[in-house]
Write a protein that binds this ligand. Structure first.
Ligand SMILES: [Zn+2]
Ligand SMILES: [Zn+2]
Length: 283
């Protein structure tokens, strides 16, 4: 039996908006967002983008499992993998899925719509595991054993929940689908949530030129950050390592290499790029 670290995060999907498979994205990965977090005996997963299919396959040899899903929000790229999460369909597992009520809807509502004719052949009645739904709110503190989870409402159309995970003195913060203030000021809510974290996993969808409209349409108000603002906020919050996440669907492996390898963020040993399969070990 392989022993696993006590506290780690694994990325199963790092792409934003839409899956982007293909030869140009094979190394960083084309699946939309899903992360696994283990803290002692506590298994957490964040979101159910298409990466959650691979996460589900990894759980099969470990079943029965008890996993808590924490949803950032319910946009398509964060839920679209759930109908293909095999452990839901097998008996003996227990899943609790927490979501905020976004624009009047919860993850339960969205899953029912996703898994229904005429768009999908199998309904949630096919679930054989115990799947229950819970509410999470902004500015809440959740305790799971020795793991403490703090939430905040971040800047994104319809709102998004950012999560701060603290376990035995180590801190991981995940802020996906967050837009920096377009006036150039620092976002106090993100700074507070991410303060002095060991790792901040943060939305870095756009280049400066994409955001301002020098390339294609201006993306202000679309709910995502530039690489530069993601790094600037992480540094202002005193974060040790900033992991750029939610890659734009057209961003190639070479461009992602360049962003941290040779580009202007690069000189920076405190900035790296999220990749499918990457594991960050805290303890
Ligand atoms: Zn997204
Ligand atoms: Zn979103």
């Amino acid at each position: 039996m392989t022993s696993r670290p006590e506290f780690y995060v694994k990325y199963w999907g790092v792409r934003g908006s839409i899956p982007a498979p293909g030869p140009d994205t094979a190394r960083y990965g084309g699946n939309t967002t899903n992360l696994e977090l283990q803290a002692g005996d506590v298994c957490i997963a964040i979101d159910g983008g298409t990466g959650v299919r691979l996460y589900g396959q990894s759980l099969l040899p470990r079943m029965p499992v008890n996993v808590t899903f924490l949803m950032t929000h319910l946009h398509w790229d964060h839920v679209q993998g759930f109908p293909f999460f095999t452990p839901f369909l097998l008996p003996g597992n227990k899943f609790e899925i927490y979501s905020w009520c976004h624009n009047g809807g919860t993850i339960n509502d969205v899953l029912r719509q996703l898994m229904a004719q005429p768009a999908f052949p199998i309904s949630m009645d096919a679930f054989q595991s115990e799947v229950s739904f819970k509410r999470v709110d902004p500015d809440q503190v959740l305790e799971f054993g020795d793991l403490t989870v703090r939430t905040a409402l971040l800047r994104h159309p319809g709102g998004v929940i950012g999560y701060r995970f603290e376990y035995k003195g180590k801190v991981f913060v995940h802020c996906s689908d967050w837009e920096h203030p377009p006036d150039g000021s620092l976002d106090p809510v993100l700074l507070d949530l991410a303060r002095d974290a060991d790792v901040l996993s943060v939305d870095a969808t756009y280049t400066e030129d994409e955001y301002t409209g020098k390339i294609g349409p201006a993306r202000r108000g679309w709910g995502h950050a530039t690489h530069e603002e993601a790094a600037r906020h992480g540094r202002a919050a005193g974060v040790k390592e900033i992991v750029l996440f939610h890659h734009e669907q057209g961003r190639t492996d070479l461009e992602l290499d360049d962003m941290c390898g040779n580009g202007h963020l690069a000189a920076a040993s405190d900035v790296s790029v999220a990749a499918e399969g990457r594991v960050i070990t805290f303890l």
